[in-house]
Design a protein around this ligand. Structure first.
Ligand SMILES: Cc1ncc(COP(=O)(O)O)c(C=O)c1O
Length: 328
């Protein structure tokens, strides 16, 4: 109602309604249906208007303010279970029946991309066919065709990016719970997904010489960690147990070797914890179809990190104790 009030004197205002369909899915913990940090549907999620309110309070508001609902939108989570996505897609059609003016149903994103062995990539044809049929049935029953919209963020770009880092240090602990750690010159500041979601990324170690002959065949079980002084700055969480660390068998690494984290095209640069611990933003390189590299983001100069800090002299602290004039 708060939103609709803006359009009090503008009947016919076109609006879309994001609905929380009551079911969500997505994430990296063993269950993708209960609470997880990438599940944005169901009772544990604050995204969208709760489905039970649509054919009631929402409809009343739409009528009261003369709004023109042209789109229904649902998005239940990133990396959602294909079966649940299908179920929600069909259920979402029922919200379109409530408003005769709706011409588009936006089903959001959430199409799984398998980054490592054992993770399955969603087959869009397989999940889309029954939903396309449901759209056709809707058209027959309602006498109007809906446009299907999707927002496949991850699906398009997840595998298009890789984080290139250097092994800065190797640390060994022994005894029960001991590990060999590879410490990188990057971390959650660049790819936050493992720390935030327990996401598992493919990792490859390459020799610093860049020479294939130096790759060798020795492997080592290691835990890979980032450069922040945080135990949560972990690049190898345990699959299905986001709070736990896991060893990964990698090519035996020496300090100075390169470590590549693949599958870093989505929710990595855009979701980086910029300037955390005063680390500058990483440079970005685009490799074109011919394999030619192009710098598309420069490494951030250190001065940019503190350029908005305001220096106070001891006299100004006393003259203007809360810095109010400066803030203004
Ligand atoms: C509304 C909406 N649509 C689409 C997406 C993209 O989801 P994904 O990248 O998992 O496909 C998101 C992700 O948060 C979203 O919030």
């Amino acid at each position: 109602e708060r939103f609709a009030k803006h359009y009090e004197n503008k009947p016919g205002m076109k609006v879309g309604i994001r609905v929380n369909p009551g079911v969500g899915s997505g994430g990296f913990s063993k269950s993708t249906t209960s609470f997880s940090k990438t599940n944005v549907g169901g009772p544990s999620s604050s995204f969208g208007i709760w489905h039970e309110l649509v054919d009631g309070p929402v409809k009343d508001i739409v009528e009261k303010y003369g709004l023109d609902v042209e789109r229904i939108h649902t998005h239940i989570g990133s990396g959602s279970d294909p079966e649940i996505w299908q179920q929600v897609a069909k259920q979402s059609l029922s919200f379109c029946k409530i408003f005769k003016s709706v011409h588009s149903l936006n089903l959001g994103g959430g199409y799984k991309v398998g980054r490592v062995e054992g993770e399955k990539t969603t087959d869009l044809q397989e999940i889309g066919q029954p939903v396309a049929d449901a759209f056709r049935t809707f058209a027959e029953e309602e006498g109007r065709e809906l446009k299907m919209e999707i927002e496949p963020g991850t699906y398009l770009v997840a595998m298009a990016g890789a984080l290139v880092t250097t092994v800065q240090d190797k640390v060994t602990t022994t005894g029960e719970g001991g590990h060999v750690f590879l410490k990188l010159d990057a971390g959650m500041t660049d790819v936050l997904r493992p720390s935030l979601y327990g996401a598992v990324h493919p990792i490859t170690v390459l020799p610093s010489s860049g020479d294939v002959a130096d790759v060798g065949s020795e492997t080592e079980d290691v835990v890979v960690v980032g450069h922040c002084c945080e135990s949560g700055d972990l690049m190898t969480p345990k699959p299905g147990e986001p709070e736990d660390l896991a060893e990964r068998t990698l090519r035996q690494a020496a300090i100075g070797d390169l470590l590549i984290m693949d599958g870093s095209g989505a929710y990595c640069s855009g979701m980086s914890t910029k300037n955390y611990n005063s680390f500058p933003e990483s440079p970005e390189v685009l490799v074109d179809r011919e394999g030619k590299p192009h710098l598309i983001r420069k490494r951030q100069p250190l001065e940019q990190i503190f350029q908005n800090e305001v220096q106070l002299s001891s006299t100004s602290i006393f003259a203007d104790p809360v810095g109010a004039s400066e803030a203004a």
